[in-house]
Design a protein around this ligand. Structure first.
Ligand SMILES: O=P(O)(O)OC[C@H]1O[C@H](O)[C@H](O)[C@@H](O)[C@@H]1O
Length: 291
């Protein structure tokens, strides 16, 4: 699936390392750099793939996701904004379904920096009555940093809803989540934990006092992925488990076995943008080298 992204025909070569291509109905920016490969659709400024050279793909992307105008993509890093979850329509806000523009790019021997922009428009104003400029900045190289910057006057909830590829969810543990959570599969009951999460079935938890770095221990793949959280108030971790995975049209029945979401979020403390002070939410992914 991910491999095929990099052999899509080039529509426009932007620089030696950057090209625009087309996947289904959606334009996609492909990064092909000696240090890293990556793909970002203009719809949603949605990172589909990030793969430092010499490594296996780090992000999970559903083989059954649609690439259709206005439809959410299953996998990669959806940007959930200006609300998280079912707080409004569409679920997880409209930013992931809107068409963004590539507003700036730069590159050097370490990688590339891409900035995407979304402005309030007639469609967004019908859904949410605020003028805004939303920027998503990606620093893509041996590490991957995503920074969301919201300009305007409003409060918003948000998540960088990252889906990671794991070898076997039954042998996966995420640490660094902090010791308190809201359990979305148990009537939003508040629970306490030792900051570590395993995935014996459907897990959907909002950790409300997370550490600044969560680590995905992919024991079967002998790999650890560090997920740094910046400006967060919460970290969500989600795996749908077998029943929900079977009922989701955009996920294979066994899709849940090779993915885990670790999401940098502002849910319990909304982001506040005011005048010259934009709100920010950011995450950094790093592969931890085994010693
Ligand atoms: O299906 P989506 O709207 O993309 O949401 C997928 C999942 O996102 C988050 O992880 C939420 O905590 C889950 O409750 C939700 O099921």
């Amino acid at each position: 699936m991910q491999e095929s992204l990099f052999s899509l025909p080039v529509v426009q070569q932007i620089t030696p390392y950057l090209s625009q291509r087309q996947i289904g109905e959606l334009p996609v920016i492909i990064v092909s750099h000696p240090r890293v490969r990556a793909a970002i659709t203009l719809q949603g400024a949605h990172l589909l793939a990030w793969q430092p050279s010499g490594q296996q793909p780090v992000l999970w992307l559903s083989e059954k996701t649609p690439f259709a105008v206005g439809k959410a993509i299953r996998g990669g890093v959806p940007i959930c904004w200006p609300w998280f979850g079912p707080a409004g329509e569409p679920a997880h806000g409209f930013a992931r379904n809107q068409s963004w523009t590539l507003s700036a790019h730069d590159e050097n021997e370490e990688g590339v920096i891409l900035t995407f922009a979304l402005e309030s428009n007639a469609q967004t104003l019908k859904l949410w009555p605020h003028d805004f400029t939303l920027l998503a900045r990606f620093r893509i190289g041996a590490h991957c940093e995503i920074e969301l910057e919201a300009h305007g006057d409003f409060a918003a909830t948000a998540a960088l809803h990252s889906y990671f590829q794991v070898t076997d969810i039954a042998a996966t543990e995420v640490s660094g989540l902090g010791n308190s959570f809201v359990d979305k599969v148990n009537d939003s009951a508040v629970g306490t934990s030792n900051g570590k999460q395993t995935y014996p079935g459907r897990i959907d938890r909002v950790f409300t006092a997370p550490e600044d770095c969560s680590v995905i221990h992919d024991k079967a793949g002998n790999r650890q992925i560090e997920v740094y959280h910046h400006y967060q108030s919460d970290v969500v971790t989600w795996n749908p488990g077998p029943e929900l995975s079977c009922s989701m049209g955009d996920m294979a029945n066994d899709g849940y076995k090779t993915m885990v979401c670790v999401e940098t979020a502002r849910i319990n403390q909304p982001l506040v943008s005011a005048g010259e002070s934009p709100a920010r939410l950011a995450t950094t992914f790093r592969l931890r080298n085994k010693v």
